[in-house]
Design a protein around this ligand. Structure first.
Ligand SMILES: Nc1ncnc2c1ncn2[C@@H]1O[C@H](COP(=O)(O)OP(=O)(O)OP(=O)(O)O)[C@@H](O)[C@H]1O
Ligand code: SF4
Length: 292
């Protein structure tokens, strides 16, 4: 849908090529982890690619911690809020989250719909995102006010938005993922594909795979619904440690910034089926039918 209005949001959005909304039907299935990993994979896919990650999980912002930029502050410039750059060296990975605006990490955000809507509008209109190849947006679980506000504000970029749905393989998560898929259909939001997270546990000692939460449910749902299956991520204790320690932006255990292509999470999955998952997101994008 082309919108001719010239607004602060439409001006910012006109500099963003692709917008990927990461959503899930259910909480705790790994949506923020997938959004972080996706942003890092896109970032490392080429030395010139510019990526933004926007956390609109307003009541549970976790992206700053996962990217290791917890406690950083955003500041105002004459051209709006300057996002936090997770890569100090070349400012190609911009991050914005309500987490940067809280006085204390433990502060809770208790906002009603209108205030959440105003915050999302500010994130899109007031943040100086600059030129971006990809903006990855981490959303709250379910299909809430935030999703509706987001889509309304993103309407000037309607032809450049797609969703990635994250689920775990259990039946209860799949039912909620199905609701999420129905929502995308109701609002005419193209789906890049489904990610099955926590799909099997690989024993770090012997490599034996145990299907803790069963496996293949996300893949089966994708097949039945005619949506691309992007791939599966196993339950991985080292992934948790990297995300919890904010090591996603650093080499494993190095404790300091290291060059492009060697980020903790990306490095961890290099050459594995999970790495292909994130490559798939980019490939599937090219195959999407034209959008109205
Ligand atoms: N593949 C995985 N292996 C092991 N642990 C994981 C995996 N994916 C996510 N986790 C862990 O599960 C927890 C929840 O993940 P995450 O915060 O990404 O989920 P979410 O769906 O965004 O949650 P919320 O509903 O709070 O937004 C985190 O502690 C994360 O480290
Ligand atoms: S899968 Fe094998 S090595 Fe791993 S915990 Fe079980 S028995 Fe031990």
């Amino acid at each position: 849908m082309a919108v001719s209005q010239d607004t602060p949001i439409s001006r910012r959005l006109s500099h963003i090529k692709h917008i990927i909304i990461v959503c899930s039907g259910k909480g705790g299935v790994g949506k923020s982890s997938v959004a972080t990993q996706l942003a890092l994979s896109l970032y490392t896919s080429s030395p010139n690619v510019r990526v933004g990650i926007l956390d609109i999980d307003l009541t549970g912002p976790s992206i700053p911690r996962m990217l290791g930029v917890d406690g950083h502050g955003v500041h105002q410039s004459s051209d709006g809020w300057v996002p936090v750059y997770a890569d100090a060296s070349d400012a190609r990975l911009a991050c914005m989250s309500v987490g940067f605006l809280l006085k204390k990490k433990s502060d809770s955000v208790v906002w009603r719909g209108p205030k959440k809507n105003a915050m999302i509008r500010q994130f899109l209109g007031d943040v100086r995102w600059g030129e971006l190849d990809y903006l990855v947006i981490d959303t709250p679980p379910g299909t809430s006010d935030e999703h509706l506000s987001l889509l309304e504000h993103l309407s000037p970029a309607r032809d450049r938005i797609s969703a990635v749905i994250v689920t775990t393989p259990q039946a209860v998560a799949l039912i909620d993922a199905m609701k999420c898929l129905s929502f995308t259909r109701a609002v005419n939001l193209p789906v890049l594909g489904i990610v099955e997270n926590m799909s099997g546990y690989v024993c770090p000692c012997c490599g034996e795979v145990s299907n803790v939460f069963s496996t293949g449910g996300g893949q089966e749902m994708a097949r039945k619904e005619g949506v691309p299956f992007l791939g599966a991520l196993p339950v991985d204790t080292e992934l948790v440690a990297l995300l919890d320690a904010g090591e996603a932006m650093r080499g494993e255990g190095s404790g300091s910034e290291i060059p492009d292509g060697e980020f903790g999470l990306v490095k961890r999955y290099q050459g594995t089926p999970s790495a292909r998952l994130f490559g798939n997101v980019v490939n599937v994008w090219e195959d999407l039918p034209p959008r109205s």
